[in-house]
Write a protein that binds this ligand. Structure first.
Ligand code: MRU
Length: 367
């Protein structure tokens, strides 16, 4: 997508410097800082500390991590070193299934290769995954825009109000975004839309990142507290909810940023359609029961106890709880399939159930 007229992606390979580069999303929207990830430790830090975040981008970064591991090999048994480094990358964040999917895909590409070819092969595969994810998101936009178009027609051109949670935009996904791709496509077609942006405590990915992205594209939006969704749905102020996901079972259960489940409950109670946009890399083809089986990341309690903001040219943390209070930082929750109206994928739309998902992806199938 374009930022101030220039093409920008949250991850790219700088061919001149021969380095993997990412936007440090912790500092957005206040400053646009690009970091070079030169070592596997840099890759892991970027994923764990959320310079990069969002399922497809975590996957792409993990894929480049395997290239960085191969490139930095110095001595000893290559296979032993390489597989250990890959495992460290794979385990750097637990909930987004894209990470293990991408690491496995790059490893599969080199499993029978000669060492001398591994660096080039891993780089090529990481680039391919990155391009594919961008294209998948573009297609999600193409399919998803029909939902917004339909609502706009029913409302005779009046503003379509969309609610989204967290950031499932191009910053999370290489390009276009998942949840935001239909919004960008609708805006570009001239449909009048307005987006309610959940702030998404504790790290405020909605308030910081989604608001920034939408603003840069010219889309009308309003940042709301995480708890406002139920109220505005009761008052007819939301036509459709579209979120992303970090891992979705082939049976239709959706893990996404903490608070998504409550939005789905409120949507059900108010007859508001609740759609989830995702590329096939975010489906987990092994797990059946999302609530019981999807690992939910438990993050640093200080993310709850402190708020981070920008003043006098730098980021500051400010304590908001009593110093000694304990805090629990469950980073994701699972919305059961029964609360999901449908999925928007790169192959089209389907219902949130096993038959419908497998019909759209017969080649992935359940294992
Ligand atoms: O903790 P984050 O910022 O990585 O969580 C991201 C989300 O929950 C997004 O909504 C999700 O990854 C979908 S990204 C397309």
């Amino acid at each position: 997508m374009k930022v101030d007229g220039k093409d920008l992606r949250p991850i790219f390979f700088d061919n001149e410097k021969n380095e993997v580069c990412v936007i440090d999303q912790r500092i957005l929207p206040h400053k646009l800082v690009i970091e070079e990830l030169k070592t596997v430790d840099d890759i892991i830090k970027a994923i764990k500390d959320m310079y990069v975040r969002g399922a497809p981008l975590i996957g792409a970064t993990g894929a480049y991590g395997i290239y960085v591991a191969a490139k930095n090999y110095k001595e000893g048994d290559f296979k032993d070193y390489f597989l250990k480094e890959c495992e460290r990358v794979r385990l750097s964040r637990p909930t987004a299934v894209n990470l293990e999917w991408a690491v496995d895909r790059v490893l599969e590409k080199v499993k029978a290769a000669d060492y001398k070819d591994v660096v080039a092969l891993t780089l090529a595969e990481a680039k391919e995954i990155t391009e594919e994810e961008a294209e998948n998101c573009r297609k999600i936009g193409e399919y998803g825009v029909s939902l917004i178009e339909e609502i706009s027609k029913k409302k005779r051109g009046e503003t379509v109000n969309i609610l989204t949670h967290c950031n499932a935009g191009w910053l999370a996904c290489v390009d276009y975004g998942t949840a935001t791709a239909p919004m960008y496509a609708a805006y570009d077609k001239g449909i009048d839309i307005h987006v309610w942006v959940d702030e998404t405590r504790p790290l405020n990915q909605g308030a910081r990142l989604t608001a920034w992205e939408l603003g840069k594209h010219g889309i009308k939006h309003t940042v709301i507290t995480d708890n406002a969704g139920g109220h505005i749905m009761q008052h007819g102020m939301v036509d459709i909810v579209i979120t992303g996901t970090d891992r979705t079972t082939y049976t239709g259960d959706v893990a996404n940023k903490i608070g998504t489940y409550l939005k789905a409950l409120a949507a059900k109670d108010n007859d508001v359609p609740f759609y989830v946009a995702l590329p096939s890399s975010t489906f987990d083809w092994k797990l059946r029961d999302g609530v019981k089986e999807i690992p939910i990341e438990d993050r640093d309690p200080n993310e709850i106890k402190y708020v981070t903001g920008f003043s006098e040219g730098k980021m500051h943390d400010v304590l908001i709880t009593p110093e000694k209070s304990e805090a629990g930082n469950f980073a994701f929750d699972v919305t059961p399939a029964r609360l999901v109206t449908g999925f928007i994928t790169e192959r089209g739309m389907c219902d949130a159930n096993e038959d419908s998902v497998i019909k759209l992806f017969p080649d992935k199938g359940k294992l």
